[in-house]
Design a protein around this ligand. Structure first.
Ligand code: GSH
Length: 202
């Protein structure tokens, strides 16, 4: 079996897939795609043109959720990663929606645009959404090691990249949220977290 992931390092959807694969002990060959200049061979695999795309020994799976559900069937006994429970998938929805949609314009603005193009109202709204999200996660994590239950799950894999991207591009740090900060740092500093990371370890 061989797994090739058409990838973009900072894409939160790709990062989630890399985390799932790392937890499951599935080795991925990464093929980075420049999404501003997509090669034809990639568009043949996914005419929608989005990453991630997984090639599992010739079987092509497009879209991060579909890929995660596919990886759930690979080596099912190889990890205690929860890719099934409704509670974990509810966090996945939260990561893409409230947290991701609520803050992504901040990342785009601070990554891709010049400071004179800043939309201050939009940035204020992203910052406010971010702070509400941090408060919410802090209230739910309740000192546990993982967001749902006693084991890692799709919840951790989906939420972590969103927080990492926000922090990277200057949204407020986690100092005021000690349980969330402990969860974040534990995953960031773990072998799995750094193996799946978009960025080299400092
Ligand atoms: N729903 C898709 C979203 C994937 C997505 O939006 N990927 C972005 C990168 S973060 C992308 O490929 N953008 C390039 C484009 O839309 O042309 C998934 O879960 O895989």
């Amino acid at each position: 079996m061989s797994f090739k992931l058409y990838n973009k390092s900072e894409c939160p959807f790709c990062w989630k897939v890399r985390l799932v694969a790392a937890f499951k002990g599935v080795a991925l060959e990464l093929q980075n795609i420049d999404t501003k200049n997509k090669p034809d061979c990639f568009l043949v695999l996914n005419p929608a043109g989005t990453v991630p795309v997984l090639d599992d020994s010739g079987e092509i799976i497009c879209g991060s959720e579909e890929i995660v559900r596919h990886l759930a069937t690979v080596n099912p006994s190889n990890s205690n990663l929860d890719l099934e429970s409704d509670a974990a998938w509810a966090w996945h929805k939260y990561a893409n929606g409230v947290l991701g949609e609520g803050t992504k314009q901040w990342v785009f603005q601070h990554r891709d645009r010049s400071p004179d193009e800043v939309d201050h109202d939009l940035m204020a709204s992203c910052k406010s959404n971010w702070l509400v999200s941090l408060e919410f996660i802090e209230s739910k994590i309740a000192g546990r090691s993982w967001l749902v239950g006693p084991q890692p799950s799709i919840a951790d894999c989906a939420v972590f990249p969103r927080l990492a991207l926000g922090l990277r591009y200057g949204l407020p740090c986690l100092d005021a949220y000690p349980m969330l900060q402990a969860w974040y740092e534990s995953l960031a500093c773990s072998t799995i977290g750094s193996q799946a990371s978009a960025w080299a370890k400092p």
